[in-house]
Design a protein around this ligand. Structure first.
Ligand code: NDP
Length: 245
């Protein structure tokens, strides 16, 4: 079990990419703490999805809106009572697609506060403990849209592009303490987030993808597991998009 005796904190661990990552890290021996906003969903994931994957001390979940710094601080306080965090996967995120001129201020603020600030709050909150222990790996989930841009996603793209600059800078701040900070930029992955893309549009995307399909959440989880264990990779962006043009 390569991740035995470790703790992995996963924001957005209740669905999609975060949930697939939680399962894969648990299968590799890590104890999992998931964060999400929906208490019923957290309970469902702990009881039905993670419980069958044994951990000597059991997996845990906390209700936490990552866009609120006070929620994140409270959650990390609770997590620190359990055990130090070895791995952080910041996957919590939302999409609110609209052309810029039509996008509401509320949606713009939600995108920045969740995707960008949510990741920043949680990175800040766990970094101190990692610095003290001189170990840890942080994996922040960005998007190919943060690299390439996309019509109808200017603010989403801005939030995801900023995560790359943030993570590269943090990797330089934490490197001397043996802590790695990397980014995964997924392409189109089959989750709730992409379920409302019309079938025609999905076909177009698949036609532009070398591997001829949408990604599975597990494809991204595999990349996160690789980065968690990589000892000499930091400040990098790993694109997991099946060869999207
Ligand atoms: P899902 O919609 O399937 O899951 C999103 C997760 O984030 C849920 O667990 C949700 O839980 C949680 N979440 C959302 N907002 C908050 C919040 N304010 N506080 C805490 N948790 C929150 O999305 P995906 O799994 O597809 O996406 C995961 C990440 O990957 C996102 O950052 C997304 O931008 C990124 N990504 C996804 C791609 C895709 O094609 N699917 C492509 C590129 C990047 P709850 O709602 O219960 O709070």
């Amino acid at each position: 079990m390569p991740l035995a005796n470790t703790l992995t904190l996963i924001s957005g661990g209740t669905r999609g990419i975060g949930l697939a990552t939680a399962k894969l890290f648990a299968l590799n021996g890590s104890r999992i703490v998931i964060l999400g906003r929906d208490q019923d969903r957290i309970k469902h994931v702990l009881d039905k999805e993670l419980a069958p994957i044994a951990s000597p001390s059991g997996h845990v979940g906390f209700q936490c809106d990552v866009s609120k710094s006070e929620d994140v601080e409270q959650a990390i306080k609770e997590v620190s009572k359990i055990a130090p965090v070895d791995y952080l996967v910041s996957s919590a995120g939302i999409a609110r697609d609209s052309l810029l001129i039509a996008q509401s201020t509320h949606d713009m603020e939600s995108l920045i506060n969740t995707n960008l600030m949510g990741t920043i709050w949680i990175n800040k909150a766990i970094a101190k403990g990692m610095i003290r222990r001189k170990r840890g790996a942080i994996i922040n989930i960005s998007s190919v849209v943060g690299i390439q841009g996309n019509i109808g996603q200017s603010i989403y793209s801005a939030s995801k592009a900023a995560l790359i600059g943030f993570s590269k800078s943090l990797s330089k701040e934490l490197g001397s303490r043996g802590i790695t900070v990397n980014v995964i930029a997924p392409g189109y992955i089959d989750t709730d987030m992409t379920s409302s893309i019309p079938e025609e549009k999905k076909k177009e995307i698949i036609a532009k993808t070398s591997l001829g399909r949408f990604g599975h959440p597990e494809d991204v989880a595999e990349a996160a597991l690789f980065l968690a264990q990589a000892k000499f990779i930091t400040g990098q962006v790993l694109v997991v998009d099946g060869g999207l043009i």
